[in-house]
Design a protein around this ligand. Structure first.
Ligand SMILES: Nc1ncnc2c1ncn2[C@@H]1O[C@H](COP(=O)(O)OP(=O)(O)O)[C@@H](O)[C@H]1O
Ligand SMILES: [Mg+2]
Length: 232
């Protein structure tokens, strides 16, 4: 089982988009998939409610909510026995103690980042917290960056790429800016499940991401992130 957490304290960078698209892609490939929602805004949980029966199954847990009356937290968090991928969505701007908890409970941390100065600065701060407070490097967690809405080569994208090169954290996927993500999100689908031909070219992005994760699972625990590179 591989536990993947999508994190970045910056809002709107694409955490829920990554979590829902990755979950639906894993499920479509036949992997037992669970989606844990730690965000009170419940975007993932709402997305799952929109998902029609008959689509590849994803086991959802509204982890932000307390357990139902008469049940325990352990019961609420229980995963189906065949779960292979656990994908966790997190809120923006959460407290540092939450960073510690999330880092402790995961194998891989995926960090989506947008090409804007504001996002670059706050992501640099977040990565520093992840390494310092979350002790991600000491705990041998794999960190990887996903750039979002970056297909067009603008100055902001170039700046983002320069910033990412200065960190010793791999960029494992680049997500195109397209309204297909917005329409898939509204319908409880991943972009790969849309029938539009233009959406089909984005499947390669999710295949690449899943290949990287499968590889990470095959060779666990060898992250080389260097704290000194992340002074922001
Ligand atoms: N690559 C993309 N192309 C177009 N729209 C996107 C893309 N990624 C995210 N969005 C949209 O941007 C908004 C914020 O994305 P979201 O994944 O909810 O961010 P977060 O969970 O980090 O707050 C959503 O409306 C989402 O549909
Ligand atoms: Mg979100």
């Amino acid at each position: 089982m591989l536990r993947i957490t999508v994190m970045n304290t910056k809002g709107g960078c694409g955490k829920t988009t990554v979590a829902t698209n990755l979950a639906s892609y894993c499920a479509a490939q036949g992997y037992g998939t669970a989606l844990l929602d730690y965000d009170r805004q419940a975007s993932c949980s709402r997305w799952l409610k929109e998902r029609k029966n008959g689509r590849p199954f994803i086991h959802g847990i509204a982890a932000y909510a307390p357990p139902r009356e008469g049940t325990t937290r352990a019961w609420q968090m229980q995963l189906p026995a065949d779960t292979q991928y656990v994908i966790t969505d997190t809120p923006a701007g959460y407290e540092t103690y939450n960073i510690e908890d999330r880092v402790a409970g995961t194998d891989v941390i995926l960090i989506p980042v947008l090409p804007s100065s504001i996002d670059i600065h706050s992501t640099a701060d977040f990565i520093r917290d992840l390494l310092l407070i979350g002790k991600a490097r000491a705990l041998n967690k794999r960190l990887a960056i996903i750039t979002n809405r970056t297909r067009i080569r603008t100055k902001a994208v170039e700046k983002l790429e320069r910033f990412l090169q200065s960190l010793d954290i791999p960029v494992i996927a680049r997500i195109r800016d397209t309204q297909h993500y917005v329409s898939a999100a509204e319908r409880g689908l991943g972009i790969h499940e849309l029938s539009e031909r233009d959406a089909q070219k984005d499947i390669a992005t999710w295949k690449e991401l899943l290949d990287w994760l499968n590889n990470a699972q095959a060779q666990p625990g060898s992250s080389q992130q260097e704290l000194r590179n992340c002074s922001g």
